[in-house]
Design a protein around this ligand. Structure first.
Ligand code: CTP
Ligand code: MG
Length: 250
């Protein structure tokens, strides 16, 4: 591992921050995305259960829509969740970055490892969560679950008018590219410092740690950790849940 690695003691406690304050514009009109139902249960509850399923996670901080903290609290009360896990709810902000920072601000001091997990990835398997925690424990300051890409990716000069043809600028070698998921795992002090110092807009938390010049490592992600973004993703999520019910039945 790199110079920034330093194993975290086995006693290190792990908390998860779940940003759930987005509207879900790309999913179409309706309730905030995290509160929409999948197989009858709010997406957020699936996501909370997925993280709390890890025995290493002893606190889950949910970052609720700014005007929805009370509703999220009652949802958590109304659904069965593991007794060994503590839960906190805080209101979110205008950007994902701001919501994550508000979640970090609410963390009690005794947590040394922090996972940040999109409420919009409700079906992440617990093995993926545990693999991320393990890599942080082994000394990585930041860890992302990642998958190879199926599609070839092109860099373009974005058109001023959406839908206009866009000149292709480059084709990065696909074998070197990864699509990254969540939960992303961090040494807490590193993530806090990243949020205090990096002001650029980023689309993930590990990107902020990269800006600090630290090494981020990727571990294998999982296809069921996909992000529910557009309407077709709801169809896929329902299909995954139906397959799990079938498998559980046998
Ligand atoms: N998020 C958040 N606060 C925001 C914006 C996003 O906590 N101000 C959260 C979302 O709730 C989601 C995660 O960040 O769990 C990933 O964001 P994304 O999938 O983009 O969700 P939305 O921003 O809700 O969707 P859209 O971009 O389509 O509006
Ligand atoms: Mg968004």
């Amino acid at each position: 591992m790199s110079d920034d690695s330093r194993p975290t003691p086995a006693s290190a406690r792990t908390a998860a921050v779940i940003p759930a304050a987005g509207r879900g514009v790309r999913l179409g009109p309706g309730a905030p995305k995290a509160l929409r139902a999948l197989s009858g249960t709010p997406m957020l509850i699936h996501a909370v259960r997925a993280l709390a399923a890890s025995r290493a996670v002893s606190l889950v901080v949910v970052v609720a829509p700014p005007d929805g903290a009370a509703e999220v609290k009652s949802l958590l009360d109304a659904h069965a969740l593991p007794d060994r896990t503590d839960f906190l709810v805080v209101p979110g902000g205008d950007s994902r970055q701001e919501s994550v920072r508000l979640g970090l601000d609410a963390l009690p001091p005794e947590y040394d490892i922090v996972l940040v997990h999109d409420a919009a990835r409700p079906l992440v398997p617990v093995d993926t969560v545990d693999a991320v925690i393990e890599a942080v424990r082994e000394g990585a300051p930041a860890v992302v679950p990642a998958l190879p890409l199926a599609d070839t990716v092109k860099e373009v000069e974005p058109a001023a008018v959406p839908g206009d043809p866009e000149p292709v600028v480059a084709t990065p070698e696909r074998a070197r590219l990864r699509a990254v998921q969540t939960p992303q795992g961090f040494d807490r002090a590193t993530l806090v410092r990243a949020h205090e110092t990096v002001e650029d807009d980023v689309t993930d938390d590990a990107g902020m740690v990269e800006r600090l010049g630290l090494t981020v490592v990727a571990v294998p992600g999982h296809e069921e950790a996909f992000k529910v973004t557009r309407p077709l993703d709801l169809v896929l999520a329902e299909a995954v849940l139906a397959r799990r019910r079938l498998n559980d039945g046998f």
